[in-house]
Design a protein. Structure first.
Length: 136
């Protein structure tokens, strides 16, 4: 006998032959116990489905949050006090143009530990995005 059937039989004993289940009054005899058992089984299946959907959603949410954190870390401005590990490569840079006294964002080469700039001061950098896929 299943745990659910045991619970229904215990419910039948506790109600002493009649009582209230939810908002419905039922007479608990052999036929009504089967109806109650069917309703409880349906309820259990519905709850199991809802729990599984919640678990899937929470796993999907965790996956999406992890991806968001990865992309945010990858696409953040990094101060020049933390230079790139790869040299002889172009990076997207935020800088101050010393001549015009303005902020700008440009692509610059980081080579042998220095930025290839003339009248600008690089303050932050980030890796360039990947180029578009497909034919040019």
């Amino acid at each position: 006998m299943s745990e659910l059937q045991d619970a229904v039989l215990n419910l039948n004993d506790a109600l002493d032959g009649s009582g209230s289940i939810g908002n419905r009054w039922v007479e608990v005899d052999g036929a009504d116990v089967r109806v109650v058992l069917d309703e409880l089984t349906h309820l259990q299946n519905s709850m199991t489905h809802a729990i599984n959907v919640d678990i899937e959603k929470s796993q999907e949410v965790r996956t999406l949050r992890a991806e968001l954190a990865r992309l945010t870390a990858e696409r953040r401005w990094i101060p020049v006090s933390q230079p790139p590990k790869e040299t002889a490569k172009y990076y997207w840079c935020s800088l101050i143009d010393e001549y015009y006294k303005t902020w700008q964002d440009k692509r610059y080469l980081f080579f042998n530990g220095t930025w290839n700039v003339v009248s600008e001061t690089v303050t932050h950098w980030m890796p360039l995005p990947l180029p578009p896929e497909g034919d040019a």
